[in-house]
Design a protein around this ligand. Structure first.
Ligand code: TYM
Length: 336
């Protein structure tokens, strides 16, 4: 026995929606960073399936995607033993805290959210209350676990900042309760762009299949999509202001190979875009190949996936129940 206490690790939390197969953007902007953080931090990662139904989902498809995303999280290298890995809808405290936080969130704040505005424009026939209050559920996901950092891509930064504002407001109304979480956005690949319209982010819900690389795409598909990626007419591999298409490819190549921009420029000096696009495709395919193999293995055993989900949900319920209890007590609810 030793009386030297090990330093407590900082907590990290993040989530991903199980809508469609994740893209290379989700992988480089989020999942890969989660894997890198699991040694250093006390991590909780969840499938935000309740967020997914803010836009219409086909039930059978959603169910299949929940299994797939859970398997994929492990296939990218997240350990269900070392991390808290769970499915949001299986842990009741998320929706419970979401209600309480929605009473501390202003209408004006929610209506300023870029993602809400974009999704409301895209799904004009279904601008539902959940789509509007989505950020309070996200705030609940985060605050229940009292994380110090929330690793996300650039697009989720605004939601994380709102979470901080909600937490701050709660703390000043009811006394210190929540740790103020910080969004943790990596410099490289924080916003991987569409291969067909590099002014937009790469998104799994894009109707144009050539616009994104899915983590399940095979090597030929990956090579073909990169060959067709929209660039410009300069045919000179260099990172430069305004050249979104080539900059995006360089950023992807940098993220996957670890090479700096000047080294990439030297490597492809005088070789044109064709060679470069093939090299990016090859590097991405090499990175995704082993993940796809592990994914196929995990998907063979649904009972094991369910068992791991159950284990994760029980552990997450225990952590989140404590925070919820504290919040309810501070707000004046009677707990019996
Ligand atoms: P979601 O499912 O859209 O995306 C999951 C993660 O992937 C990042 N990402 C990207 N990063 C770089 N380039 C891209 N093109 C790209 N596209 C997506 C996202 O920033 C995110 O980190 N609202 C969240 C899910 C969520 C959540 C939370 C996140 C629910 N509760 C609590 C953090 C904490 C979302 O829709 O992510």
């Amino acid at each position: 026995m030793t009386d030297i206490a090990l330093p407590k690790k900082d907590r990290v939390l993040s989530c991903i929606q199980p809508t469609g197969t994740p893209t290379l953007g989700n992988y480089l902007g989020a999942l890969r960073n989660w894997v890198a953080m699991q040694d250093e931090f006390d991590c909780a990662f969840a499938l935000a399936d309740l967020h997914a139904v803010t836009v219409r989902q086909e039930p059978a498809k959603l169910r299949a995607q929940i299994y797939e995303m859970f398997a994929l999280l492990m296939a990218v290298g997240l350990s269900p033993e070392r991390n808290l890995l769970f499915v949001q809808s299986q842990v009741p405290a998320h929706t419970q805290l979401s209600w309480l936080l929605s009473c501390c969130t202003q209408f004006g704040e929610l209506s300023r959210m870029t993602q809400y505005k974009e999704k409301a424009a895209k799904h004009a026939d279904n601008i539902n209350l959940g789509l509007f209050s989505y950020p309070t559920l996200m705030a609940a996901d985060i605050l229940l676990y009292q994380p110090k950092y929330v690793p996300v891509g650039e697009d989720q930064k605004q939601h994380c900042e709102l979470t901080r504002n909600i937490a701050q407001r709660f703390n000043s109304l009811y006394g210190e309760t929540f740790v103020l979480p910080e969004p943790y956005v990596m410099k490289t690949a924080a916003r991987v762009r569409s291969l067909q319209d590099p002014t937009k982010k790469m998104s799994k819900s894009d109707e144009n299949q050539n616009a994104f690389i899915s983590l399940k795409d095979d090597k030929d598909t990956i090579l073909r999509k990169f060959r067709r990626a929209v660039t410009d007419s300069q045919a000179h591999v260099a990172y430069r202001e305004g050249a979104d298409g080539i900059n995006n490819l360089m950023e992807i190549y940098k993220a996957v190979t670890g090479k700096e921009y000047d080294a990439i420029e030297r490597e492809f000096d005088g070789r044109g875009y064709g060679d470069f696009k093939t090299a990016v495709g090859e590097a991405v395919a090499a990175e995704l190949g082993p993940i796809q193999q592990r994914f196929a293995e995990y998907m063979k055993d649904k009972a094991q996936l369910e068992q791991l989900m159950k284990q994760g949900a029980e552990r997450a319920a225990a952590v989140s129940r404590r925070t919820l209890g504290k919040v309810m007590k501070k707000m004046g609810f009677v707990q019996v």
